[in-house]
Design a protein around this ligand. Structure first.
Ligand code: GUN
Length: 294
């Protein structure tokens, strides 16, 4: 990477480190008051990618001085058994945050699981009560970790969101929709694009800030980006690559090599949005613990 591109990078690893240091400080203050913030992650089944995510969440909790517990359940666990476990965690005073790793096995309805988690412990921000709280700008709500992480990245990179034309590419429940609500509440003018959007490139070229969250490898090309725009890449896609030991490499939703030439700032993949997600999960958990004291 040449120096001109390196200067444009928004470094998610560095920002996540800052957030995690803040979280560790807040956790220490709560511990001094007799409350150790605790996150319990529930993993049903043995999906290898999920197992990796869950281990890193537990490790990050411990590093921040918090309690990080993982409950691993067999793939045959019934929905009723899982809901009964959630009921127990909901009333356990040592558990401030509950996260059920998604997606669960096919016989379990993810929405039933999300609805069962007490909104006050829903540090994923997936419960409809939190979705609503975030939409109306109520501070007590929990925002989903990935879009919340994008907002922090923009802030730390000195990008002005208020009044900016922001285009969100993708309308998922986990990223696109909550991203939109956070941006609207930060006074951006937001356009949400998706598979039915007409003349997509004409719309994305109007963006001062373009946020790509569609899960398609290197979908955003330089002709879709206004020169000088800020580009945030939420994508994490595996593409086959015989030159790699693993047989694949990870790319974002943005064609980095060419888009980085026209953008004024850009997040890399990996090392951009990804590291922020766990940092924000820890932050939500500490907040859940603090709100329980209030
Ligand atoms: N699976 C992939 N990302 C997430 C996440 O942010 N939360 C949960 N619960 N499951 C996930």
């Amino acid at each position: 990477m040449d120096d001109a591109v390196a200067d444009k990078l928004i470094d998610g690893v560095a920002v996540a480190k800052l957030v995690r240091a803040e979280v560790a400080k807040d956790a220490a203050a709560l511990i001094a008051r007799g409350v150790t913030p605790g996150l319990t992650v529930v993993l049903v089944g043995d999906d290898p990618a999920s197992a990796v995510y869950v281990r890193s969440k537990e490790k990050a909790c411990i590093e921040a001085g918090m309690n990080g517990v993982t409950i691993r359940l067999p793939a045959e666990t019934t929905q009723d058994e899982l809901l009964a476990l959630i009921d127990k965690l909901n009333v356990d005073p040592t558990v401030h945050g509950i996260l059920v790793q998604m997606p669960p096995p096919k016989h379990i309805n993810p929405q039933a699981v999300i609805l069962r988690i007490a909104a006050e412990k829903d540090v994923d921000g997936f419960h409809p009560v939190n979705v609503g709280r975030i939409w109306i700008g109520e501070k007590s709500g929990f925002a989903p970790c990935t879009p919340a992480g994008v907002m922090v990245l923009l802030e730390k990179a000195g990008v002005k969101v208020s009044g900016a034309n922001v285009v969100v590419l993708g309308r998922s429940t986990i990223v696109g929709k909550p991203m939109t609500s956070l941006l609207v509440n930060a006074s951006a003018t937001v356009t949400v694009c998706h598979s039915k959007t007409k003349d997509l490139a004409a719309v994305t070229r109007r963006a001062d800030i373009l946020i790509a969250a569609i899960g398609r490898p290197e979908f955003v090309t330089a002709d879709m980006v206004k020169p000088g725009a800020v580009v945030i890449d939420v994508g994490i896609n595996r593409v086959e690559d015989a030159t790699q030991k693993k047989g694949y490499r990870i790319v974002g939703d943005v064609a980095f090599a060419t888009v980085s030439e026209v953008a004024s700032k850009i997040t890399p993949v990996p090392g951009g949005v990804g590291p922020m997600t766990i940092a924000m999960l820890l932050k939500n958990t500490v907040r859940a613990a603090a709100q329980g004291l209030a």
